[in-house]
Design a protein around this ligand. Structure first.
Ligand code: M6R
Length: 594
């Protein structure tokens, strides 16, 4: 989604803005632009990547500026729709992340008052509103303008003759980076990490006024203090470290991520979050909400919690729950969101909190909106995930779910001990999968030649089949579907044949025999089958075309090793097809619109 940056200091703003924008590329975008204030505001923008903009743009002289990467929502990617957007006089420039719901009404009114619009964007109403209300006090004009705006925004405003940046947010993240005789504003921490690790998180309705050596935060006209935070990860954590793609680096980081994530959950007697399940709490059920890959973690959470805690658990898409779902006063809700900024998830949290429900967030981003508006937060320790495709954050989410459930488990102590030991062995097991990358890559090559692929499994690995399909379609553009293996005969059989390979994930659990039957059915329809099976299993190999072996683990942990296979299959298929692995078309890392 859109990324925004602002710089004010003693250095030339243009190169700094462009380098910050490069760090935001992972969010996904189609256009880029900057505005720099010298004697006047100069804007340079186009529907191009930041590096192209950098080469094409003339030197813009000035030590204050704003920049933007746009992910089109209102109007196609084009020069005129790219940000920054200006008012009629060209003296006010704005970059915006979010969506203005009532922009059409505002635009009509402003047009009738003589304002001239040139783009199709919702954003353009903001500089015109500020122009309308400006009477010598920029903060006040921004505050008044935003009172008319319905929707979500993170904005930075630059005005000729005003040596400051004014920033504001509502339902869209925004941070201020604190420097030494220079300050920054950005939608996301990686943007500014080259320059500072000191960060202030703005809250909804905050207005930040930033000069070279001063930061003021106002809320409803009153000045307030916001705490400064130190970012503990470095810019190196957000770099490729010799890997060809971020995605590959992030896949290979997973043994460490597992260690780091469970390493902070020190004791089995101290739950990582208070699920309030012990004793007679009247708890009836658990609801887990998420989107995309995190939704697949939520589905796995259902299996994990039901197996270990023995209570009914629902996993739902936050985007659907927002229009339909119900909870009871005694249900507990967990939301899972890597970024902590997914609009659908935030909407669900707000609704649940309004209904008086207690919400626990599992998130990877310290200080993210989800971490601030929930009752309790369980942080995953995946480190910055740059590739649009979620990999290590998913595995870290699973670790958090296991560790959330284990202290409340209703299994016998011997099994509990063996699970804890199994969990601690997982980094080594995942490493074994990574060491088998050459075999997985060969299978990926086979998949890369096809247009349609099915992923099938049963039981706790059913969500892994969904995740395998999502990962493949997301980055390789191959049409892929994840199915419960028993469901193929209820429709998709009509699509099977020698041109439609099937990836079958076979676990050593109560689904094993049924999976073998399903594989035989698929083979009878001539589909090539790649099976993911545990070491030591010889039966499956005789039925299928290719086998990918994974190390033996307790069935409840099999999704971890199997998912790593799915990630590598998708990665190598996408690479084979020459796709832009880390930044797939039309997608954004952080989905901040509904
Ligand atoms: O930040 P979140 O976990 O809330 O993001 C949810 C989805 O947008 C995300 O998992 C998406 O599906 C991934 N890019 C898929 O790889």
């Amino acid at each position: 989604m859109c990324g925004i940056v602002g710089y004010i200091g003693e250095k030339q703003a243009q190169p700094i803005l462009l380098s910050c924008l490069c760090r935001l590329e992972y969010r996904g975008y189609d256009s880029s632009g900057i505005a720099v204030l010298g004697s006047d505001i100069e804007v340079y923008k186009d529907a191009v990547r930041v590096r192209v903009l950098e080469k094409a743009s003339p030197p813009l002289i000035g030590a204050i500026g704003i920049g933007h990467t746009r992910w089109a929502t209102h109007g196609e990617p084009s020069l005129v729709n790219a940000h920054p957007h200006c008012d009629c006089t060209g003296k006010i420039a704005v970059v915006h992340n979010g969506i203005i719901n009532n922009f059409q009404k505002l635009r009509q009114k402003l047009t009738s008052e003589g304002h001239n619009f040139i783009s199709e964007t919702d954003t353009e109403v903001i500089p015109h509103l500020i122009e309308k209300y400006y009477e010598g006090d920029l903060e006040k004009a921004v505050e008044t303008a935003l009172r008319e705006v319905e929707g979500s925004y993170a904005i930075i405003v630059l005005m000729a003759g005003e040596p400051k940046l004014v920033a504001a947010r509502k339902d869209s993240p925004l941070i201020i980076g604190v420097g030494d005789r220079e300050n920054f504003i950005a939608s996301d921490v990686p943007a500014i990490l080259d320059y500072t690790s000191r960060v202030i998180y703005l809250e909804d309705d905050d207005i930040g006024v930033v000069t070279t050596d001063n930061i003021k935060v106002r809320r409803h006209g009153v000045e307030i203090k916001r705490k400064e935070h130190k970012i503990l990860w470095s810019v190196e954590d957000a770099q490729k470290a010799g890997y060809e793609h971020f995605m590959l680096k992030e896949i290979h980081e997973q043994p460490k991520v597992i260690r780091d994530t469970i390493g902070v959950y020190v004791s089995m007697t101290e739950p990582v979050a208070d699920l309030a399940l012990q004793g007679d709490t009247g708890l009836e059920d658990m609801l887990i909400l998420a989107c995309g890959t995190s939704y697949h973690a939520a589905l796995l959470g259902k299996y994990i919690m039901e197996e270990l805690i023995k209570i009914p658990v629902r996993a739902e898409l936050a985007s659907e729950f927002n229009y339909w779902g119900r909870t009871s006063a005694r249900s507990r809700t967990i939301v899972i969101t890597q970024s902590g900024e997914t609009a659908d998830v935030l909407k669900a949290i707000k609704r649940l909190r309004e209904e008086g429900r207690r919400v626990i967030a599992i998130t990877n981003v310290v200080g993210s909106t989800a971490s601030r508006i929930t009752d309790q937060v369980v942080y995953t320790r995946a480190g910055p995930e740059i590739s649009v495709a979620a990999t290590k954050s998913f595995i870290a989410q699973l670790m958090a779910l296991y560790w959330l459930a284990l202290p409340y488990s209703k299994i016998d102590i011997r099994r509990l001990d063996s699970l804890i030991m199994g969990l601690r062995q997982l980094p080594g097991k995942v490493q074994q999968v990574l060491d088998n990358e050459a075999v997985i890559s060969e299978c990926a090559k086979q998949l890369s030649r096809h247009q349609d692929v099915f992923f099938i499994s049963r039981g706790i690995n059913f969500p892994v089949a969904l995740e395998g399909a999502l990962k493949l379609k997301e980055i390789s553009y191959i049409h892929a579907e994840g199915y419960g293996a028993g469901e193929l005969k209820h429709g998709p059989f009509s699509l099977l044949g020698s041109d439609t390979p099937v990836v079958a994930i076979v676990a050593q659990d109560n689904t094993y025999e049924a999976m073998l039957t399903n594989i035989r059915e698929v083979k009878a329809r001539r589909s090539p089958v790649i099976a993911v099976v545990e070491e030591g299993d010889e039966a499956v190999g005789e039925l299928v075309d290719s086998v990918i072996l994974v190390p033996q683990v307790d069935a409840i942990f099999s999704p971890v090793v199997n998912t790593v296979v799915m990630q590598l299959l998708a990665y190598h298929a996408a690479k084979q097809r020459g796709c832009p692995v880390d930044f797939p078309r039309n997608l954004a890392k952080s989905v901040t619109v509904e």
